[in-house]
Design a protein around this ligand. Structure first.
Ligand SMILES: *Cc1c(COP(=O)(O)O)cnc(C)c1O
Ligand code: SF4
Length: 386
């Protein structure tokens, strides 16, 4: 009998993005088993100025900002994410996302502690119910890496604000009592900082509620700690489909082979993965960067979903771009590249109005019975109104 091997897939479909490893820099000697163990990564996070001094040449401004900011909003970076930092370039997109910059201390008149009014729409602690049929549950306030642009700086990284077990039970009870909620986002902080069993128990409890039809798990671990998405964890979560994953890639430097393998593992296990990018000044505020990340995401079967205007959170204003920037990025993408690579550009209305989509204006006029509009290439067309 002849042995039949499975057919070899065409090379171009499998070869790109996933091979190789990101260089480990100062951790070159660490054994592979440790480096790829997320617990080791968590235990060895860089948290103090001294930790970073050994890795990169900090500017005086970064040093001063670190000392002034790190007790207000903690600094923590996994060794994996730290290897993506440029040692010499202070404008490095990874450094700017993870290390305090002097501008963080400059207040802006429009800044708010709770820019999205998440506390105002909180019927019980740990749950925001703003939209008619969906709710957002905060299950932890910890993350492997704390992003300086985090909109929940007021509580993320603060151990005293983490939800107690009893409060979580109350929040789940609220969902049980509200049959209009059919979609629950599990967020934080980063829910994957919980243990596998704890997270699976929360997912299981939500799945028990008959009117909840979709769960969404919001995690930046594919970006900051891709090894956290272990086979064990996926085995525990896979039975609870539809469990959609929302992640948060912002820059091409985050699009590593490790991250690509992580996203493909999720897709292979049946998870639908979407990306929520935050528009950050000097980091990804041009169409070329956004397109590069989004093309890469599609190759890993992750759908670019939202592009967020940076919120009016305290200490985030140096990241904020003019509103027009986001609109122009969408204009540069729509029609010019795959529609699947074009996210929705949204502004979260201050005070709790929810997400407002902003789109480029394609309608240039109308006459009695026609709409006049432009296509992506700037050509004019007329279309009957009815
Ligand atoms: C963003 C958000 C959601 C989910 O919004 P979608 O547009 O459905 O992705 C739900 N609740 C709150 C409070 C949110 O901020
Ligand atoms: S991973 Fe998300 S919740 Fe955590 S600091 Fe970053 S943006 Fe905030």
């Amino acid at each position: 009998m002849t042995q039949s091997n499975p057919p070899t897939p065409p090379k171009r479909l499998v070869d790109r993005d996933v091979h190789g490893h990101t260089p480990r820099g100062p951790w070159a000697e660490v054994a592979e088993a440790q480096w790829s163990d997320w617990r080791w990564q968590q235990r060895n996070r860089l948290t103090s100025l001294t930790d970073f001094e050994g890795l990169i040449s900090l500017t005086d401004g970064e040093r001063a900002a670190f000392e002034a900011c790190s007790d207000r909003f903690r600094v923590a970076v996994t060794p994996y994410y730290a290897t993506l930092m440029s040692p010499d370039d202070p404008s490095c997109p990874i450094r700017r996302q993870a290390l305090p910059q002097p501008e963080e201390l400059e207040p802006h008149p429009e800044d708010r502690l709770d820019p999205l009014g998440e506390e105002a729409y909180m019927p019980v602690p740990g749950l925001t119910h703003r939209y008619p049929d969906r709710a957002l549950l905060y299950v932890t306030h910890h993350c492997p890496v704390y992003c300086r642009h985090c909109t929940r700086k007021r509580k993320v990284s603060d151990p005293s604000s983490t939800l107690a077990k009893r409060q979580l039970d109350t929040a789940i009870g609220y969902l049980r009592d509200h049959p209009e909620v059919r979609d629950v986002l599990i967020s934080g902080g980063d829910p994957l900082t919980l243990s596998d069993d704890r997270l699976a128990a929360i997912v299981a409890a939500l799945t028990e509620i008959p009117h909840i039809e979709v769960l969404r798990l919001c995690t930046r671990n594919p970006v900051t700690l891709p090894s956290r998405l272990t086979d064990d964890l996926l085995d525990k979560l896979a039975p609870y489909q539809p469990l959609l994953i929302h992640t948060h890639f912002n820059h091409p430097a985050e699009c590593t082979p490790e991250a690509a393998r992580c996203l493909r593992r999720l897709a292979d296990r049946g998870f639908s993965v979407a990306n929520q990018m935050v528009l950050l000044r000097g980091i990804n505020d041009d169409a070329e960067r956004v397109r590069e990340v989004n093309h890469w995401l599609l190759r890993q079967r992750c759908r670019p979903y939202y592009l967020f205007q940076a919120d009016l959170a305290e200490g985030v204003s140096h990241f904020r771009t003019p509103i027009e920037t986001g609109v122009e990025i969408i204009r540069a993408l729509r029609g010019h590249t795959s529609g699947m690579a074009v996210p929705h550009f949204v502004v979260d209305a201050p005070g709790g109005g929810g997400k407002i989509p902003l789109v480029p204006e394609y309608v240039t006029g109308r006459d009695d019975d026609h709409l006049i509009f432009e296509n992506y290439a700037g050509d004019t067309y007329r279309y009957p109104l009815r």
